[in-house]
Each structure stands twice: as structure tokens, then as C-alpha cells.
Write a protein that binds this ligand. Structure first.
Ligand SMILES: Nc1ncnc2c1ncn2[C@@H]1O[C@H](COP(=O)(O)OP(=O)(O)OP(=O)(O)O)[C@@H](O)[C@H]1O
Ligand SMILES: [Mg+2]
Length: 376
């Protein structure tokens, strides 16, 4: 069981061990949680093996290589675990194991190792306290002499300069950092925003504009049953000064609400979600002379604004209105790590995130002013 930080060298270690085993005549499997990851490893291993070893037979359809001495390696993705059936194995590598279904090891891989008393190497960054954590605990127990556990952080890769990892830390929320880079096992609530209560320092929503101050707005359009939300932040004090939520009153009336907020606060920029219904509404507001900047939400751009907001709240750099709906949405907002290494942010199903997005957009505006940001 090897719990490692990102970029430690998990995949590289696995490829080296797998090749060594196959050269010694072992029958081996490489398992990855997604088709995309198994495809990458297949290409890498093929290049490595075919570039150094002669008389290897390759089957592209099976993603399998047979070695002259009887050894074999096959690459598999575990995303459809039922399809994973095979013969006895001597060795299996489970890369990013913590992102595989809990059934893969006990129901598929372990039985295949039984008859030949095969071994397995689990490589992963932790993913909460799931099955990978349970097996890792097993390996820490000296009485369990068939299991051993190791833990390495991203800093343990001597080929990566420590200051590059330090840089990553500055832009990574604490929980993600500890789990993904320090390889710590932490209870996975999936919660994104921490210290929300401490940041919710503004109890009254009766603030009035102060002459000479710069205000930035964030605007998220309601879809179907959601609300449209506009949030105003004072760019100087970094305090949220106003928020308005409304729904199901027709787009023209909704734009009217936005225009009223703008008339009051005179924001230097309104960062507005541009997807689907956003675009025509943004054009209409711009036509009225409002300083509206379209923000196109992609997985990447969303990650950026959400992590920016999470860091600010965590560090107490932003003051929030103690609004129950807003605080509820912040508390429920979750992060799910995807097997390929990316993240998915969102409200749990059935809950809304309009206030969160409007706030994140306003905060994005405070940090970046009116400049256009490219996420390419
Ligand atoms: N033994 C090694 N020899 C040479 N380079 C290595 C070795 N181990 C790792 N590296 C290099 O370190 C980097 C990270 O390695 P690798 O992709 O294996 O890490 P990882 O832990 O699987 O990362 P990720 O979390 O992104 O999957 C790569 O550039 C790889 O080439
Ligand atoms: Mg890897």
C-alpha cells in the first residue's frame, strides 16, 4: 500500500515494477480507474518495452504484451468492473487505487491472485477514509505480515523543485493540499468552504454605498427552479455589502432588479455567468449601458473561482453577510475528486448554488478587477 502525493512518481514506480516482473516470467495486470488513464499507461509501457526488449508479442485489442520468457502484462481500466475477468495472476498494480470502486480489489483482483499466491501494489493519493485507507491501516499493523504500507509526499520526489510545490500550495485549498500533496488521510466530508461562520461577520444587510468606494458585483442567472442572485462586494474593505435573490418573475423583470442594484451601488464591473440564458440577458444589460462582463463557466474556470473564494474565506480575507441561504449553500457545497485527477465542484443534488456562484464571481472580480482572464 503506497499513499503518495501527486507527482511523487506513483505511475513511474508501477511501470518499472511491472516490467521487472514480466521480464521474470510473471503474469501481470495494470489497473487504472479510467479508460483514459489506462490508455496513457498502455502507450507508455509499449514504448518502454518495445524499445528495449525483443520478441515481445503485442495485442492492441487486449492491451496485452507477451514476453519471450512466458511473462505477460495486460492493461485494464476498472470503470466497468464486471468486465474484468481473467486467469491467475502473479502481480497486479492498482494505480490511483483509492478512486476505484471498493469491489474491484476483493471481488475481482484478489481472487485472481489466489492460486499463484500473487502480489499487488496499490498506488494512490488518499481519497478520504475509504477502502484504500482500510487496507493502508492493515499494512501499518506489524502483525499483518503480508501487508506493508508506505507514505510519501510530493516533496519526496527529488526531481521536482520544492519551490514549485510551494507555489502550488498557495493556490490550493488546505484540504486538497493535505490530501493530494501531503498524502494525508482525512475524513472526507467533501466540504469546500471552511471557517464560513467566522467569515460571516456582517450581521446587518442595511449597508449603504460610500462615495468614492469601488464596488464589484457577481451575478448568477437562475435556471429552472433556481434563483437569480446578485452579490455586491466593496473592493476596498473586501466586505460583502449586499445581496439580492429573485426568481420566476420573467427575464425583463429580473434584469430590472439587477439594474436597480447597479443604480444603487454603481459597481465598476458586474461579473455575470454567461452560459445558456446568461448570454442574451448580458447583452440586454450591456445595451442599457451597464458594465457587465461575461464569465464563461467551464470545469476549469469554475474550479479557479471556487478555490479563490474558498481560500479567501479560509484565511478570513473576505467578510460575508450572515444570510442563512448563503451560509447554507456554502456549508453544503462539495468537491468531488475525479479519477483522472480533476475536480468537480457543485451543490449536492437537490440543493442550489446560485448564491455561491454569484459570490465567487464577485470575489473573482475583486481580485482581478475588470481584466479579462483567460483559462486556456
Ligand atoms: N524513478 C524515476 N525516474 C525518473 N523520473 C521519475 C521517476 N519517478 C518519477 N519520475 C518523474 O516524476 C514525475 C512524476 O511521476 P509520475 O507521473 O509517475 O507521478 P505520479 O505520482 O503518478 O503523479 P500523478 O499524481 O500526477 O499521477 C514525472 O515527470 C516522472 O517522469
Ligand atoms: Mg500517476
Amino acid at each position: 500500500m503506497v499513499a503518495c502525493g501527486r507527482r511523487f512518481g506513483k505511475t513511474e514506480t508501477g511501470k518499472i515494477l511491472l516490467t521487472e516482473q514480466a521480464l521474470r516470467g510473471a503474469r501481470c495486470w495494470w489497473l487504472a480507474p479510467t479508460f483514459q488513464m489506462s490508455g496513457q499507461v498502455w502507450r507508455d509501457l509499449k514504448a518502454l518495452v518495445l524499445g528495449t526488449i525483443t520478441n515481445v508479442t503485442v495485442s492492441e485489442t487486449e492491451k496485452r504484451m507477451d514476453f519471450p520468457g512466458g511473462g505477460m502484462m495486460a492493461i485494464r481500466s476498472t470503470h466497468v468492473a464486471q468486465n474484468l475477468r481473467g486467469m491467475g495472476l502473479d502481480f497486479a498494480v492498482l494505480d490511483e487505487a483509492a478512486f476505484m470502486e471498493p469491489t474491484v480489489w476483493p471481488e475481482v483482483v484478489r481472487p485472481m491472485l489466489l492460486e499463484r499466491r500473487g502480489g499487488a501494489l496499490f498506488l494512490s493519493s488518499p481519497n478520504g477514509l475509504n477502502w484504500f485507507h482500510d487496507l493502508y491501516q492493515l499494512g501499518l499493523d506489524p502483525m499483518q505480515d503480508e501487508w506493508r504500507s508506505f507514505q510519501f509526499t510530493s516533496y519526496d520526489n527529488p526531481l521536482i523543485a520544492p519551490d514549485e510545490i510551494d507555489n502550488l500550495r498557495r493556490n490550493t485549498p488546505e484540504r486538497v493540499w493535505r490530501e493530494e500533496y501531503m498524502a494525508e488521510f482525512i475524513a472526507d466530508s467533501g466540504q469546500v468552504f471552511r471557517n464560513v461562520r467566522a467569515a460571516a461577520s456582517i450581521l446587518s444587510s442595511g449597508a449603504q454605498p460610500v462615495y468614492g468606494r469601488q464596488y464589484i458585483a457577481g451575478l448568477d442567472w437562475g435556471k429552472e427552479n433556481d434563483s437569480t442572485v446578485i452579490v455586491i462586494i466593496d473592493a476596498e474593505t473586501r466586505q460583502m455589502v449586499d445581496m439580492d435573490r429573485f426568481n420566476q418573475i420573467g427575464w425583463e423583470l429580473q434584469r430590472g432588479h439587477v439594474a436597480t442594484m447597479c443604480a444603487k451601488w454603481q459597481p465598476s464591473m458586474v461579473w455575470a455567468e454567461a452560459n445558456s440564458i446568461g448570454a442574451p440577458n448580458i447583452e440586454a444589460l450591456q445595451a442599457e449601458g451597464l458594465p457587465v462582463q461575461a464569465f464563461t463557466t467551464t470545469a476549469r474556470s469554475k474550479q479557479s473561482i471556487i478555490e479563490g473564494l474558498a481560500l479567501a474565506i479560509e484565511r478570513g480575507e473576505i467578510g460575508l453577510l450572515a444570510d442563512d441561504v448563503l451560509l447554507g449553500e456554502l456549508a453544503a457545497y462539495t468537491l468531488r475528486r475525479l479519477p483522472g485527477g480533476g475536480y468537480q465542484y457543485g451543490a449536492p443534488s437537490g440543493l442550489h448554488d446560485d448564491c455561491v456562484i454569484a459570490l465567487a464571481l464577485a470575489w473573482h472580480g475583486v481580485r482581478h478587477g475588470g481584466a479579462r482572464i483567460s483559462f486556456a
